[in-house]
Design a protein around this ligand. Structure first.
Ligand code: PGA
Length: 249
């Protein structure tokens, strides 16, 4: 099954709206090889500017979190409906930084996936092991648990509308990228796990991205692996010249 390559930038807590505008002025002018879908997941405060700056292009815009309730007394939070109203279509969910610093759990990730799907927003669901877990041989058990709990009560039809990002925590922001084989091994495991949770056809249609220190140098090798359908790119997505090289890798 042909899966369209997806390269998603995760800006994390970077760029004001003015900086986002300047970024897209530069990025939109750069020649892009056909074949990859491109998405930027930006801070809430840059959503409207980013949506406006990419109107009429094929670039998608998303956020990096939503709340799982519709509205109410959740100080500081943003709902799926609010996100949708900005024109954004994507959201990163369950990023390891949110799990570590903001008490995100498989249960809240599960509720957020359901809420995003209810609003027609495509979730990019993150999973990944720490170095301690890898060194102690529980990478696969850990990822299986994140997937199975994250997707509780989600039908095959809905699962197909999601994207999964495998991001080994030890590779995020460290410059220590997983080798092509290490990344492929876990992405193939994720696909096998999806086949066990759902069926082969569902597993084959879900895009699985690799994330963790993806750079213009490492992108082509990683993206050529059979179960890696693109990347979730942090640091290198902040600089238009670097990110376009990854998109065109
Ligand atoms: P990085 O971040 O590319 O800066 O390692 C990836 C991510 O956290 O999504």
């Amino acid at each position: 099954m042909a899966r369209t390559r997806l390269v998603a930038g995760n800006w994390k807590m970077n760029k004001t709206a003015a900086e986002a505008k300047a970024f897209f002025e530069a990025f939109n002018a750069m020649p892009q090889t056909a074949g990859s879908e491109v998405v930027f997941c930006v801070p809430f405060t840059s959503l409207e500017t980013s949506v406006a700056m990419t109107e009429g292009t094929k670039i998608g815009i998303g956020a990096q979190n939503i709340h799982f309730e519709n509205s109410g007394a959740f100080t500081g939070e943003v709902s799926a409906e609010m996100l949708k109203a900005t024109g954004a279509q994507w959201v990163v969910l369950g990023h390891s930084e949110r799990r570590e610093y903001f008490a995100e759990t498989d249960d809240t990730v599960n509720k957020k996936i359901k809420k995003a799907l209810e609003y027609g927003i495509t979730p990019i669901v993150c999973c990944g092991e720490s170095l301690y877990q890898r060194e102690n041989g529980i990478t696969f058990a850990w990822i299986a648990s994140q997937l199975r709990l994250g997707y509780v009560g989600i039908s095959a039809e809905d699962a197909k509308k999601t994207v999964i990002a495998y991001e080994p925590i030890w590779a995020i922001g460290t410059g220590k990228v997983a080798t092509d084989d290490q990344a492929q091994e876990v992405c193939a495991f994720i696909r096998a796990e999806l086949a066990a949770m759902y069926d082969e056809e569902t597993a084959q249609s879900i895009r699985i991205l690799y994330g963790g220190s993806v750079s213009p140098d490492s992108a082509a090798g990683l993206f050529s692996m059979p179960d890696i359908d693109g990347g979730l790119v942090g640091g290198a997505s902040l600089v238009a010249e670097k990110f376009i090289k990854i998109v065109n890798a």
